[in-house]
Ligand binder design. Structure first.
Ligand code: PGA
Length: 256
């Protein structure tokens, strides 16, 4: 059975005091659900260490939204996965905002995945097609390329540390989530690619859906057999909304 995972991507929101106060509130609200699912918060890097301290000793985990592929050196403004090692649990790699606004390439993302694993971090690898690619019927081709490029030369033994987040770019921040059926179908393709690559381990890997997940649609999305959780942007910034999404994941009946 795949354990659900809900990750809240705060993007570039909150000041440091606001983020710390919010993390404390999440801790109290979400702890009761943590025996049934993994819950991860992805704050801005500036407050990540402090938030990891606020959440220490509780089952909520933290992740970084981005990190370099290098371990150290003259890379002004970057943070290294090596700096996250030992206390930060996850690294988000390949979010469409990084791909589009910061021009991150498939090759760079592969180097980031390698660097994350080298430093003992778990990876949430985000991928998905743009609206144009979607309308041109190129979804399958794009996803196949993104997945195989990002996982190039990755040791099969790392499968357990890898979660995929399928995020159609046209659904991110638009209020227009993919239908549960469409998401499930595309994630079925991702599942087949994972099994092709990792064999049996590929069936145990989690695939999340991301893109306008809200309390209103979370349950119907997560009722789908291939949807093992969610990567949540906007709705992760409100405690009540995020709690409802976490609750929805806890309530889904999964085959043993
Ligand atoms: P959204 O963002 O939930 O605001 O659509 C999702 C994401 O960017 O991961």
């Amino acid at each position: 059975m795949r354990r659900p995972l809900i990750a809240g991507n705060w993007k570039m929101h909150f000041t440091v005091p606001e983020g710390l106060e919010y993390a404390l509130r999440l801790r109290h609200a979400l702890e009761p659900f943590a025996d049934r699912e993994d819950i991860v918060v992805l704050p801005p890097s500036l407050m990540l260490w402090e938030i990891a301290n606020v959440l220490r000793g509780c089952p909520l985990e933290v992740g970084a939204q981005n990190a370099s592929w290098e371990d150290q050196g003259p890379f002004t403004g970057e943070i290294a996965p090596k700096m996250l090692a030992g206390w930060c649990h996850y690294l988000l790699i390949g979010h469409s905002e990084r791909r589009q606004l910061f021009n991150e390439t498939d090759e760079q993302l592969n180097r980031k995945v390698q660097a994350a694993f080298r430093n003992g971090l778990k990876v949430v690898l985000a991928l998905g097609e743009t609206l144009e690619e979607h309308e041109l019927g190129r979804t399958q081709e794009v996803i196949t390329r993104q997945l195989s490029a990002a996982l190039y030369d990755i040791d099969v033994k790392r499968a357990a540390d890898l979660t995929i987040a399928y995020e159609p770019v046209w659904a991110i921040g638009t209020g227009r989530a993919a239908t549960p059926e469409y998401a499930n179908e595309t994630m079925g393709l991702i599942r087949r690619l994972l099994v092709g690559r990792f064999e049996q381990l590929g069936t145990d890997m989690r695939i999340l859906y991301g893109g306008s997940v809200t309390p209103a649609n979370a349950r119907s999305l997560m009722d789908q057999p291939e949807i093992d959780g969610a990567l949540v942007g906007g709705a992760s910034l409100k405690q009540t909304d995020f709690t409802e999404i976490v609750r929805a994941a806890a309530e889904v009946d999964r085959p043993a």
